[in-house]
Ligand binder design. Structure first.
Ligand code: C2E
Ligand code: CA
Ligand code: CA
Ligand code: CA
Length: 278
């Protein structure tokens, strides 16, 4: 299988004292930012195309840097993956989403919060059991969580990835396949893993309507998902024309700037309660 990201370092299930982390190679600035809670989750709504309502959200991390201001994940996630900091950071992300959940449900949102899981987090042997422990300790409903993974997750030991996903699925956690269509092993993944949702990558959505190849690919992914009894979400929807194409071709959900950018929690709550009142 094609995979350029294959590397292995010992898993770190729990944040250890600061000195250990620095010695072990985490970027000290990012580690400190994690300790000082400078990271923040933004939320982007997912819209159900049959009901026309918010039916979930994706949590997307931001760094409120004290001097440089709001930093997008592309500027620090790759570094966190390379050093392994994404492992403790990933647990912080799950806890933070869990803390936000009661307010989000209170505002009237039904459906799940999607949390991105990096391929690197699967190198933690204790991923499934730690997530289960977090769910228990924080009284988080597993029905309210969904994890988004990309095909690079399978750069790890395939059996370990499958066991992890199956263990959590049994508890009611769901999994979606992110950036669908851009990787190398989509079909074998679909066959092997209990994935409930496919997310059509923005690069294909960009070309609809108008680009015949992208139109064909989007239609094919929607049909594939439905034939396999899975839900399908189109990402990066920015225009009404894209939306209309997706409705016409029976896509289940959309996410994109056309409805809302990812926003801080308080703005997201306003968005949800305003929608519920309509
Ligand atoms: P992703 O998981 O594919 O997330 C979707 C990205 O598309 C987000 O960028 C989102 O803001 C952006 N997006 C959504 N709708 C539109 C649209 O209509 N137009 C355009 N131009 N963009 C749109 P963001 O937030 O910058 O995140 C980038 C990537 O960073 C994510 O891609 C994901 O791979 C990673 N990431 C973000 N948050 C987390 C996290 O909490 N954990 C991990 N492991 N990775 C994360
Ligand atoms: Ca995602
Ligand atoms: Ca994506
Ligand atoms: Ca992406």
């Amino acid at each position: 299988r094609y995979c350029s990201l294959h590397f292995r370092t010992p898993a770190k299930p729990e944040p250890a004292p600061l000195t250990d982390q620095v010695l072990s190679g985490y970027d000290p600035e990012l580690w400190r930012a994690l300790q000082k809670e400078e990271f923040e989750l933004f939320y982007q709504p997912r819209i159900d195309l049959r009901q026309g309502e918010i039916c979930g959200a994706e949590a997307l991390i931001r760094w409120r840097h004290p001097e440089k201001g709001l930093q997008s994940p592309d500027t620090f996630i790759p570094q966190c993956e390379a050093s392994g900091l994404i492992v403790p950071m990933g647990y912080w992300i799950i806890q933070e989403a869990g803390r936000a959940l009661p307010a989000i449900q209170e505002a009237g949102m039904e459906g799940r919060i999607g949390i991105n899981l990096s391929f690197r987090q699967f190198q933690d042997t204790y991923l499934a059991s730690t997530i289960e422990r977090l769910l228990d300790e924080h009284n988080m409903s597993s029905q309210a969580m969904e994890f988004e993974l990309t095909e690079t997750a399978l750069c790890n030991d395939e059996e370990h990835v499958r066991n992890t996903i199956e263990q959590l699925s049994r508890r009611g956690v769901e999994f979606s396949l992110d950036d669908f269509g851009t990787g190398y092993s989509s079909f074998s993944l679909l066959q092997k893993l209990p994935i409930t949702t496919l997310k059509i990558d923005k690069s294909f959505v960009d070309g609809i309507p108008g680009n015949p190849d992208d139109e064909e690919i989007v239609r094919a992914i929607i049909n594939l998902a439905h034939n396999l009894n899975k839900q399908v979400i189109a990402e990066g929807v920015e225009t009404r024309a894209q939306l209309e194409f997706l409705i016409r071709h029976d896509c289940d959900q959309v996410q994109g700037f056309f409805f809302s950018r990812p926003v801080p929690l308080d703005q997201f709550l306003t968005l949800v309660s305003r929608r519920q009142k309509q």
